[in-house]
Design a protein around this ligand. Sequence first.
Ligand SMILES: Nc1ncnc2c1ncn2[C@@H]1O[C@H](COP(=O)(O)OP(=O)(O)OP(=O)(O)O)[C@@H](O)[C@H]1O
Length: 267
Amino acid sequence: MSERPPAIRLRGATIGYGDVPIVRDVDLTVGSGEAVAVLGSNGSGKTTLSRGLLGLATVLDGEVQVLGAPVGRLRERGRVGYVPQRHSISGAVPATVREVAGVGRLARLGLFRRLGATDRRAVVDAVAAVGLADRLDDPVAALSGGQQRRVLVARALAAEPELLIMDEPTAGVDAASQEALADTLAAISASGTTLVVVTHESAPLAGVLTRAVVVDHGRIAYDGPLSGAAHHDEHLHHHPPERQPAGYRMDQPTVTSGPRTTADRER
Ligand SMILES: Nc1ncnc2c1ncn2[C@@H]1O[C@H](COP(=O)(O)OP(=O)(O)OP(=O)(O)O)[C@@H](O)[C@H]1O
């Protein structure tokens, strides 16, 4: 048995935006090293739950602890990696794949440190892990949407986080790359990293994710083996959402992007 605290611990947690609750009265413990799928229909609250773990949505009631610390109080933020729900990196930023992945590594080091040889190697490894080794020095703007999505995954991997939270990492990613991602996540999981993956398509990652949490109208409707989740989530095969919020900048450190505003959502 691990002596580490649970990676995630929610007790009576209500999470929302402003003073509007979205996820209500949730109890959930994810042990260190677990690999969990968060499933549920569009709008059920999956993203809000994951953003609550990152301090990007408001904890309105109850307790939310991440890696043993109340949310927002974790000092080394690079211990938690996040792949946000975006289909691609919006253009206009003249950065290369290596540079974007490097930003993820900086989140671990603190922004004013420089990348050393070990860090640079971790960045290259992360990019290779998502199958983009041959695109390292290409501008991300020259990549396809699915490839840009993989760069976001590499950015999170580069920090070698203890807890990796991914929102729809396989959306818009082709089958071969999904397989590569599954292999990468399997390796990370085997090394002890805790995985929480919000997804509409658990099949590509079924070999990695063992436990499923199904969110329905802001509450947990099922928590058990992934194999038993399907009939609790009749919307599992719905298409992932199409939203692409404005104002997103890929040069932001991994977990510091602010919550979406109402204005963003209405665009
Ligand atoms: N920034 C926000 N401000 C206010 N309400 C929000 C915000 N983000 C999401 N919501 C609302 O919270 C509810 C749950 O949204 P959430 O994104 O958590 O759902 P989801 O289960 O991840 O859905 P999807 O599968 O479509 O991504 C929705 O009703 C949505 O309108």
